[in-house]
Design a protein around this ligand. Structure first.
Ligand code: HEC
Length: 160
């Protein structure tokens, strides 16, 4: 193996390790200190909730714990703090709906709008809704988020 190749492999190794450590930290719910997101979930709920989240490819479109599929750029709402905006019952109903756009309208093409997860196992939908409901944000930040998400989704100014 050439020296250059070794260096590249070493570099890839460093990135992989850093990625694993980052995702471990994120599953634990630790966060940049200046973004006031937190979760009220137990360790088990965080781990199981994130497993379902990842298995269903939610991160292709959404960002959560500042992580998002960097290859895609769908303007889907970020899910940090979503539990301050929506209740567990709402989230469960939304995930279970055969037509999520009947609950929340979209201005995106079908390909990028929120897919129906009605066929996800019921237990997974309950757990995911419970986990999402545990994702909280401090009040002052919620107002800012609401405003920017509203403007992104509707293309209109947020009503004062
Ligand atoms: C194909 C892209 C895509 C995927 C995959 C996707 N979503 Fe969405 N999601 C959206 C979009 C876009 C919206 C905004 C509503 C719309 O346009 O349909 C949305 C809305 C939501 C909302 C409502 C946000 C609010 O403001 O109340 C929640 C909660 C949500 N998604 C959770 C999930 C979860 C959990 C998964 C994985 C199981 C997931 N999404 C997968 C694109 C996606």
């Amino acid at each position: 193996m050439k020296r250059g190749e070794k260096a590249i492999l070493a570099l890839i190794g460093v990135f992989l390790v850093a990625g694993v450590i980052r995702s471990m930290l994120h599953v634990e719910g630790k966060h940049d200190r200046d973004i006031p997101f937190y979760t009220t979930a137990t360790h088990d709920l965080s781990v199981n909730g994130m497993a379902i989240y990842n298995k269903n490819g939610c991160s292709v479109c959404h960002s959560l714990w500042t992580m998002k599929d960097i290859l895609e750029s769908v303007p889907a709402p970020m899910l940090d703090g979503i539990g301050s905006l929506r209740s567990e019952a709402w989230l469960y109903a939304y995930l279970s709906s055969p037509d999520p756009q009947s609950i929340l309208p979209t201005r995106l093409k079908k390909k990028w709008s929120m897919p129906s997860y009605a066929s996800m196992p019921d237990g997974d939908r309950h757990l995911l809704a419970q986990y999402l409901a545990s994702l909280k944000v401090k009040d002052w930040y919620l107002e800012q988020t609401k405003k920017s998400e509203y403007e992104k989704l509707t293309g209109k100014d947020y009503p004062k």
